[in-house]
Design a protein around this ligand. Structure first.
Ligand code: PLP
Length: 411
């Protein structure tokens, strides 16, 4: 592949690709573990992991070896035929989750799209959907209908009708919204794009009770928070509430595009051949990498818990010391640091100091590090953030505009 100078690449990207992403001028070219190296040879701690995809970090030897091996056999085979990789991966996911069957997709949105269809099949004639304010489920038309952020939705109206949004952790509002007309309740056990907002065990249990009472399907979207990120394989295992459908993606294919919807027996019984499908779903290489990734993720779970406990304490101490930090939320290796100002300028400053981080909403620094991240990188990040926030004296300057706390905001 021809090498392009960063500036030239930025210009050609702007001319060749649709203007859908507000890209950061950052040019990663290689990586190892939790390290990324840019085109100029500068090394960074990757605390975003491709938005939760690279759970095992970069260039994991097991993934590289399996990729080489499988590529020597087949790059693709139709899912109208048989290949052991999707079957073995489905067996593992089903056994680990307590659900019954799997359907592989190419992305998270496609997994949610499939879940909407399956819920309708299981309750013909009911089409109502209930989702959460600030929740995110993807950008395809069905998944977008469940995604709350108005600027994402408005240009594409009309979306699916009959979607009701309720505030996270408001069990009374959920009870008002769910009825006999509800086909499915869609929840992220930890809301990601909302700025890392964990749902309470009480709220998740209420959702389970309401689904049981009305016959609606309970869908957990663990595309961002699942597969080890919380320190348990599935986020729902921390609260012991089993959904009827579970959607996963991001780290599932070890870096290759792969999503899945896992369903219980009742939902599985509703579908017949020909009612749903996707050409690339269950690609043998992606599923083989998924098997390797799953082994490693399971092995790393105690490490994620230990790092989460360490980092949580470090961030809580930071919050007590640094007035610009309003809140710290998360567990394991999924964390949101809510600031009293815009997060993007802080993220840019962190990048210049060698830390790749994400943002969510306007004022949240979002961290989704790989499970192999060293403790020292998390400690170094906390020190750099403290230094940056303490050095900002001008709220309208390099730190970006200050965002008023909810109590001070005009309605
Ligand atoms: N659901 C959640 C919770 C997500 O975080 C995302 C992506 O960020 C999606 C769905 C959509 O996944 P994809 O981008 O693979 O379509």
């Amino acid at each position: 592949m021809s090498q392009l100078e960063p500036k030239q690449l930025e210009e050609r990207t702007a001319a060749a690709l649709l203007d859908t992403y507000a890209r950061t001028p950052f040019h990663p070219r290689s990586g190892k573990g939790a390290r990324l190296v840019d085109a100029a040879g500068k090394a960074y701690w990757d605390l975003l992991a491709g938005i939760a995809v690279n759970a095992l970090g970069h260039r994991h030897p097991r993934l590289v070896k399996a990729l080489r091996q499988e590529a020597g056999n087949l790059l693709h085979v139709s899912n109208l035929f048989y290949h052991p990789a999707p079957t073995l991966l489905a067996e593992r996911l089903v056994a680990a989750s307590g659900l019954a069957r799997a359907f592989f997709t190419n992305s998270g949105a496609e997994a949610n799209e499939t879940a909407i269809k399956l819920a309708r099949l299981a309750r013909p004639g009911r089409s109502g959907l209930v989702a959460l304010e600030h929740g995110f489920h993807g950008r395809t038309m069905g998944a977008l209908s469940l995604t709350h952020h108005e600027p994402y939705r408005a240009p594409f109206a009309p979306l699916l009708p009959g979607v009701t949004f309720v505030a996270p952790n408001d069990a009374a509002a959920l009870e008002d919204a769910v009825s006999d007309e509800t086909s499915a309740i869609f929840l992220e056990p930890i809301l990601g794009e909302a700025g890392i907002v964990p749902l309470t065990p009480e709220f998740l249990a209420a959702a389970r009770r309401l689904a049981d009472a009305t016959g609606a399907a309970l869908v957990f979207d663990e595309i961002q928070c699942g597969l080890g990120r919380t320190g348990s394989l599935f986020a729902f295992q921390r609260v012991n509430v089993l959904p009827d459908l579970l959607t996963l993606a991001k780290p599932l294919g070890g870096g290759l595009p792969l999503g899945v919807v896992l369903v219980n027996d009742r939902i599985a019984a509703a579908i017949k051949p020909g009612q749903h499908g996707t050409t690339f779903g269950g690609n043998p290489i992606a599923c083989r990498l998924g098997l390797e990734a799953l082994d490693e993720i399971e092995r790393l779970l105690p490490r994620v818990r230990e790092l989460g406990a360490f980092f949580g304490k470090r961030l809580a101490a930071l919050r007590r010391r640094v007035p610009a930090i309003r809140d710290v939320r998360g567990c394991g290796l999924i964390w949101g640091i809510e600031l009293d100002r815009e997060a993007a300028p802080i993220a840019r400053e962190l990048l210049s100091r060698g830390f790749v981080v994400g943002t969510a909403r306007k004022n949240v620094i979002r961290l989704l590090p790989p499970y192999v991240v060293p403790k020292s990188a998390l400690a170094a990040f906390a020190a750099a953030l403290e230094n940056i926030l303490n050095s900002i004296t001008d709220p309208g300057g390099s730190g970006g505009p200050r965002i008023a706390p909810p109590g001070e905001q005009k309605p």
